[in-house]
Design a protein around this ligand. Structure first.
Ligand SMILES: Cc1cc2nc3c(=O)[nH]c(=O)nc-3n(C[C@H](O)[C@H](O)[C@H](O)COP(=O)(O)OP(=O)(O)OC[C@H]3O[C@@H](n4cnc5c(N)ncnc54)[C@H](O)[C@@H]3O)c2cc1C
Length: 377
């Protein structure tokens, strides 16, 4: 009989784990608190390290059909002058941008209905020699051989294992919006524009839609009305180059999302017994390298490699954690550093930063980038 696995949380990480484990022959069920899988989120980038795994899961073609290929990343100044560019070609699988909801759908559509349970709010677990019992709101209990906590940055499973600490705020907020494609963008090019304490990113995500994001230094956000966000962002980026003000103008005000940039210190080990963590519950990171979901997809592939046939599930979980800890801590550190440097405000430091970044990114081939994108789980 195949092992019975519970995945708590049906975001990108939980769904990637469910698909990978299902394809590997395990009996897996995702328990998601939302009543339905809705169109939440906005655009996101998927880099070659993640698209390679999507290819092995047999869903890369759908992802490519729903998203937009990325061939070049441009780093710009607020007046539009180029600081540097990074070609995104030459990897076995492409980089692309797409709507989060489209990726989510691509991951859960191939799963049989019995693998997905919505409206299930995970509350706690107990474990014993025979396995694990997950407890859900309303008194529902589910018994399984193993539990994978994929319940995001505020994971209850992580809190039960390691204590409830709030995520660490890194000093800037991020707005995100979706606008209709106004035309005039070079196909395949994405960009980030670095100012002083502010950044603006542009990513075409396919189907004539452009995702943008903007950052600004400041204290932790207080709850704010979505309506005021558009005017605030427009005011900040009104004089930035080309399409930036027009993209903000063309974005429906109520759809603009705002997040604080947060992560958590690296955790070691992630789980205990037949319970482990995956994705943001294990290693939430700031979004500066666009790798949070990509890391969750890598986690899923690693589990699917190690679990089938493993004689001891707890030992297999610890091997998984050891394999993933170094990699995810490295990416989270890189992301935090880029966030710190990218948010510098001092004009002299900003000029030095732009100069050095140009030199660093000009080295062919960039070993750091290869370490990130050419990684095999
Ligand atoms: C501004 C921003 C931009 C980003 N851009 C990118 C990008 O371009 N590329 C990239 O790879 N990553 C990006 N990320 C990171 C990425 O969004 C996350 O790393 C990724 O979504 C994590 O997936 P996850 O499944 O681990 O967690 P989540 O997506 O948070 O999913 C957790 C799921 O668990 C459910 N859940 C929570 N609690 C419970 C409970 N008690 N019971 C049952 N279910 C529960 C939630 O409803 C949710 O569905 C970005 C993040 C931010 C904030």
């Amino acid at each position: 009989m195949s092992r019975k696995m519970i995945v708590a949380g049906g975001g990108i990480g939980g769904m990637a784990a469910a698909l990978a484990l299902h394809r590997a022959g395990l009996d897996v069920t995702v328990f998601e608190r939302a009543p339905a899988f809705a169109e939440v989120g906005t655009g996101m980038s998927l880099w070659p390290n993640a698209t390679r795994i999507l290819q092995s899961l047999g869903v890369l073609e759908q992802v490519m059909a729903r998203g937009e290929l990325v061939t070049q990343f441009n780093l710009l100044r607020p007046d539009g002058r180029l600081i540097s560019m990074v070609p995104m070609t030459g990897y076995p699988t492409p980089a692309l941008c797409m709507h989060r909801a489209e990726l989510h759908r691509t991951l859960y559509q191939p799963l049989p209905a019995r693998c997905l349970e919505t409206n299930q709010v995970f509350q706690s677990f107990t474990q014993d020699d025979g396995g694990v019992t997950a407890k859900f709101a309303g008194g529902h209990e589910v018994r399984a051989d193993g539990l994978i906590g994929a319940d995001g940055i505020n994971s209850l499973i992580r809190a039960q294992l390691h204590g409830a600490e709030p995520p660490a705020y890194r000093g800037y907020c991020i707005w995100r919006g979706l606008a209709p494609d106004p035309g005039g963008l070079v196909r395949g090019h994405i960009s980030e524009t670095w100012g002083a304490g502010e950044r603006f990113g542009i990513m075409p995500i396919g189907q004539a839609r452009i995702c943008w994001y903007a950052t600004r230094n400041g204290p932790r956000s207080q709850p704010d009305a979505a309506e005021g966000r558009k005017a605030e962002v427009l005011e900040l980026f009104r004089h930035w180059h080309g399409l930036i003000p027009a993209l903000i103008e063309a974005t429906p005000a109520a759809s603009i999302l705002k997040n604080d940039a947060c992560d958590r210190p690296a955790l070691r080990p992630w789980g205990r017994g037949v319970v482990t963590l995956l994705g943001d519950s294990a290693h939430p990171m700031t979004p500066n390298v666009g790798q949070g979901a990509c890391m969750a997809i890598e986690d899923a592939a690693c589990l699917a490699k190690l679990l089938p046939g493993a004689p001891n599930l707890a030992a297999a979980f610890r091997t998984y954690e050891r394999r993933r800890q170094t990699r995810t801590a490295f990416i989270a550190r890189q992301s935090r550093r880029i966030g710190i440097i990218g948010q510098w405000e001092n004009p002299l430091m900003v000029r030095g930063r732009n100069f050095i970044t140009r030199l660093v990114l000009a080295r062919p081939p960039d070993l750091q980038l290869n370490a990130v994108y050419a990684y095999e789980v």
